[in-house]
Design a protein. Structure first.
Lengths: 116, 112
């Protein structure tokens, strides 16, 4: 069965520090992979996605993520965090085919706090 | 800008009183989704429309219904809201199944 694990429920970093949010997935084949960000009381905004090709993908707001097939991981990184990055981050796996085509499987989310 | 719009942003209803949430999109996408998100949890898919084809998730309660009168609009109807239905309801769209989903800002539902 498909599943997504975000092992860190809450991460706190200082402004200007680097950031890595972890995401591991379980899927029978190579999935579509997404990172979304959600500010309080808002919907989900797409940060970046991986469908195929280059395993290092660039997103908005200076974020990047690397797909590592051997580790079933899709970790999100940012070299220097800004206070406005404080939000909840969701990793999601998208089914490529079969009866679940189009369905997104979300991790439980990682809440990011940024100290000034 | 093309976008996904949800109205209202906040909805207060009484226990057992039917409520309808609205979603519209200017992206001309074929697929529209409804998710329920409770506090500090991941979004949970309730159902989706692929064009006019309705696809219900197996564990979505019968209390939740949906309508899609045209490509642009989709509605979520909660026939008899209970206290446990208080949540954020997110609408999303994608051009086709298996493609990127774009989310609206959500409707926060409070049940008194």
């Amino acid at each position: 069965a498909q599943s997504v694990t975000q092992p860190d429920i809450h991460i706190t970093v200082s402004e200007g520090a680097s950031l890595e949010l972890r995401c591991n997935y379980s899927y029978g084949a190579t999935p579509y992979l997404f990172w979304y960000v959600q500010s309080p009381g808002q919907g989900l905004q797409l940060l970046l996605k991986y469908f195929s090709g280059d395993t290092l993908v660039q997103g908005i707001k200076g974020f990047e993520a690397e797909f590592k097939r051997s580790q079933s991981s899709f970790n999100l990184r940012k070299p220097s965090v800004h206070w406005s990055d404080a939000a909840e981050y969701f990793c999601a796996v998208g089914a490529r085919g079969g009866s679940t085509l189009g369905r997104l499987y979300f991790g439980r989310g990682t809440q990011l706090t940024v100290w000034p | 800008d093309a976008m996904v719009i949800q109205n209202p942003r906040y909805q207060v209803t009484q226990f057992g009183k039917p409520v309808t949430l609205s979603c519209s999109q200017t992206l001309n996408h074929n697929v529209m989704y409804w998710y329920q998100q409770k506090s500090s949890q991941a979004p949970k898919l309730l159902f989706h429309y692929y064009d006019k084809d309705f696809n219900n998730e197996a564990d979505t309660p019968d209390n939740f219904q949906s309508r899609r009168p045209n490509t642009s609009f989709c509605f979520l109807d909660i026939r008899s809201p209970g206290l446990g239905d208080a949540a954020m309801y997110l609408c999303a769209t994608s051009r086709d199944r298996g493609e990127t989903q774009y989310f609206g800002p959500g409707t926060r539902l409070l049940v008194l």
